[in-house]
Design a protein around this ligand. Sequence first.
Ligand SMILES: NC(=O)c1ccc[n+]([C@@H]2O[C@H](COP(=O)([O-])OP(=O)(O)OC[C@H]3O[C@@H](n4cnc5c(N)ncnc54)[C@H](O)[C@@H]3O)[C@@H](O)[C@H]2O)c1
Length: 281
Amino acid sequence: MIKTVGVIGAGTMGNGIAQVFAQSGFSVTLVDVGQPLLDRARATIEKSLGKFVEKGKLSGSDRDAAIGRLRTATSLDELGAADYVVEAIVENAEAKRGLFMSLDAITRPDVILASNTSSISITLLGAATKRPDKVLGMHFMNPVPLMTLVEMIRGQATSAESMRTASDLCTTLGKTPIEAADYPGFIANRILMPMINEAIFAVMEGVGTPEAIDAVMKLGMNHPMGPLTLADFIGLDVCLAILNVLHDGIGDPKYRPCPLLRRMVAAGHLGRKTGRGFYPY
Ligand SMILES: NC(=O)c1ccc[n+]([C@@H]2O[C@H](COP(=O)([O-])OP(=O)(O)OC[C@H]3O[C@@H](n4cnc5c(N)ncnc54)[C@H](O)[C@@H]3O)[C@@H](O)[C@H]2O)c1
C-alpha cells in the first residue's frame, strides 16, 4: 500500500509532482539540497493550489489538507519511510546514477524508484541499484498539475508488476499513463526536441524572428504555444541536455544541438527560470 511518496528535486518538475501527489491524498516528502529551494517550491505549490481554489476546482479545506500532507527535507535519509519515490533532479546521468545508488541504500528493497528523466536511459539508472526490476521512468509533463500525460518507461529489467503499480498510481493521480520503450528521448522528446532545435536553427540563420517562428507554428499548425516559447518554458539547459542524449544515444547528426542553443546556455540565458531566453520575462 503506497501512502508516503518521496520526491527528490524541488525545481520546475519536482514541485509539481509533489503537489499532485499531495492533492491526491498521499503524504509527500520533498527533498532538495538547500532550504531556500524548498521554501520557494512550497510557495509555488501554495500559489498553484490557490489558483485551483479561485477557479472553483478545489475547496479551501482540500487545499489546506494537501498543504498539510507536504513536508520538506534537505537529507535523503528522511526517505527511509517512503513507499514510492520519484526523482526529478538535474538531467545528468552521473548525478542521477549517484542518487539511485543512495536511494537503493536508504529505501526499503520493495520500494519502486521512478525517474522523471526526459531522456536518460532507465536501464542505466536501474543498473546503479540492486533492484533494477523496480526502477522505471515516470515522465510527467510541464506544468504537472495541468498536464494529463505521464509517459511510462520500461527499462530492460523493469518488471511488469512494477509497471502496473506505477500506471495504477498515475490513474489515481488523475493522469493518463502511456508506455514507451527505453530509447533516448522515449516518445515525447524524440519528436518534440528536433522541432525545437530546428526552430532555434531558424532563428540563428535569420529565417525568422522568434515571434515570427512561434506565430507560424501557432496560427499555421494550431500548436497552443510556439516552439521557442515552449523551449523557454522547459528551460534551455534542459533542452540542451536532452538533445545531447538524443545525439549521443542515436548517433544521427539530425539531433546535433544548435550552436545558438549552446551559446545561450553558456551565457546563462535559460528561459523563464532565469528571466531571459528567446524572450524577456
Ligand atoms: N522542465 C521541464 O519541462 C521537464 C519536463 C519533463 C521532465 N523534466 C525532467 O525533470 C527533471 C528535473 O527538471 P527540472 O526542469 O525540474 O529541473 P530544475 O533545474 O528546475 O530543478 C532541479 C532541482 O533538483 C535539485 N537537485 C539537483 N541535484 C540534486 C540532488 N543530488 N539531490 C537533491 N536535489 C537535487 C536542484 O537543486 C533543483 O532544485 C530532469 O530530469 C528533466 O529532464 C523536465
